[in-house]
Design a protein around this ligand. Sequence first.
Ligand code: GMT
Length: 381
Amino acid sequence: MKIGITCYPTYGGSGVVATELGKALAARGHEVHFISYAPPFRLDHFAERIYFHEVNGFSYPLFEDPSYALTLTSKMVNVVQFEHLDILHVHYAIPHATSAVLARQILATYGIQIPVITTLHGTDATIVGQDPSFEPVVTYSINESDGITVVSEYLREETLRNFGVRKEITVIPNFVDVNRFKRQNKEHFKKAICPQGEKLMVHISNFRPVKRASDVVEVFSRLRKEGHCLKLLLVGDGPDRLPTEARARELGIFGDVRFLGKQEPVEEILSIADVFLMPSGSETFGLAALEAMACGVPVVSSNIGGLPELNIQGETGFLCDLGDIDAMTEAVKTVLNPQHHERFVLNALKRADYFRIENIVPMYEAYYNSVLAQMSRHTTL
Ligand code: GMT
């Protein structure tokens, strides 16, 4: 199959999923064409059957707002037409689904039929997608897609509730490459961060307010004040990094905390972690938590969104009420208790294995085939 994939190329779960999916599909013999304004950041090696098509910006003194949705549409039309794509698969509705639906309509005037599959990831169907400035466009673009997938049962229900979707929505969960995300021996690194044999708490996010990074610092501060031997690594960057750093200074724990900024490869950092914190205020899946689990790191998370579908209470870690610092503090203590830690580690590894890429990518292939079959039935009728 020849598959066009559009995603955000930046540091974010939907871009990671789209890129890893494209890489896996290419490895399975498909031809994959990424269409975006920059190469996705996980597209870090040359690989056979993978192509990248850059959407060029167009500036003109009359335009205050550069019209990316339109230049993306034109690029999609061009790539589908000249690379003879079979399917356009877009990740994150805004504006990708809208551009794809419009591209499909333009292509139809050339006599070219191409199905559009939209995968919803999170705020495109929750916070941002429901904003009145986007809602009618998102509703239309979702309904006009030939196939809709979501990354969790929670997101399926939210999408049905919020957008009056008339089509079937298929859940295909996120996945992890367990050959890359596995515990590696990084003892020298652990010693550098935890010289006295301290336990290590890790948080990885893009530091948007929804990630509630300051809750991580509050939990850590409680534990340090109770005398627990612990260090904290915070990985990633975004709008809440500075306020979180300021809070760590205020709490007097800055000496035990390191803000590493954006890092690749995160699996090396996860390899020395003892517990992973994800106190998010909204999370449809929690890909970073899955990557942690694949590296044998138990997770303490909030109990919102799709997190209970991934993190199993009392087995792979704990689920706590949003903002409940006391509960999260107690949960970290239980997870780190030497009597229990190994059990949590093994359960986390087992759970992550269920989401291994080899199990999930065939679900996308089967889905593509079913959408293509449906389309050819319509054309023959
Ligand atoms: O929707 C977002 O906030 C952005 C999106 C992204 O691109 O990072 O994140 C969502 O998609 C990830 C991949 O499917 C999920 O693991 C995240 O849980 C989800 N984020 C939210 O729901 C806040």
